[in-house]
Design a protein around this ligand. Structure first.
Ligand code: ZN
Length: 234
């Protein structure tokens, strides 16, 4: 049960962060389906199952539906969130961010994007201003797309969408302008730690691959950010 009156009164940044977090599910869920790994709900219930309970068809469809709603109503919902009112567009995005995204990822799973989020938490004290879960997951999704060797159109399209919502898409926008390669290497090592969901990707992932993908993602993002400037949350 979610009271959209309360959501509407909050800063629009929180809605944007929910959208960033929910937007990763189609990419992470697809990776889990492709690799045939255990679904999230089953891995939580039994970490080392003898026969993995795989994702459901409905789980992946819910991830797709979530993303379709986020793509259709991103501007309308952010506009109303800035005005602190409730409209059907806001209600649809709230349903996508919570119910659809929740059921979707539980019945498929998480992959690289959330591990990349976890890796960046080691720089928490350095990141200024503080970035919320959904903001780091948005960047994690971009790095996942690079890691998966997706075509440039798909990557740029996702970045444009994120910027329309107001979400950060590069290290500078994440408050990490001066981050060193040494620090990024530590992030990459945490990203591939044992038990991280990045190992749900349908191929083996090393710290070096993650480090390189972060560098490539950041350099594409800086160019995209100039062409399609970031909207302000409020
Ligand atoms: Zn999340």
């Amino acid at each position: 049960m979610v009271d959209t009156e309360i959501i509407a009164k909050a800063s629009a940044r929180f809605l944007a962060c929910g959208m960033g977090d929910a937007s990763s599910k189609i990419f992470e869920g697809s990776a889990v389906v492709q690799s045939g790994k255990c679904s999230f709900v089953w891995s939580e219930y039994e970490p080392k199952p003898s026969s993995p309970l795989r994702s459901t068809v409905l789980g992946l469809e819910l991830c797709k539906l979530t993303y379709n709603i986020l793509r259709k109503y991103e501007e309308a919902s952010m506009e109303v969130a800035r005005r602190h009112v409730v409209t059907p567009a806001l209600e649809m995005v709230v349903e996508a961010n919570t119910l659809l995204s929740g059921l979707g990822f539980e019945n498929t799973g998480l992959a690289a994007a959330h591990s990349i989020h976890n890796g960046f938490t080691i720089l928490e004290k350095k990141i200024k201003p503080h970035q919320y879960h959904g903001e780091l997951v948005t960047f994690g999704t971009i790095v996942q797309l690079v890691l998966e060797n997706r075509d440039l159109d798909t990557i740029v399209d996702y970045m444009r969408w994120a910027h329309k919502v107001g979400l950060p898409i590069n290290l500078s926008e994440l408050g990490l302008e001066g981050v060193s390669d040494e620090e990024l290497w530590k992030v990459a090592e945490k990203v591939v730690a044992l038990g991280e969901t990045i190992h749900n990707e349908p191929f083996g992932v090393t710290a070096e691959m993650v480090f390189n993908a972060i560098k490539v993602a950041d350099s594409i993002e800086r160019r995209v950010a100039k062409l399609y400037p970031r909207e302000l949350y409020d």
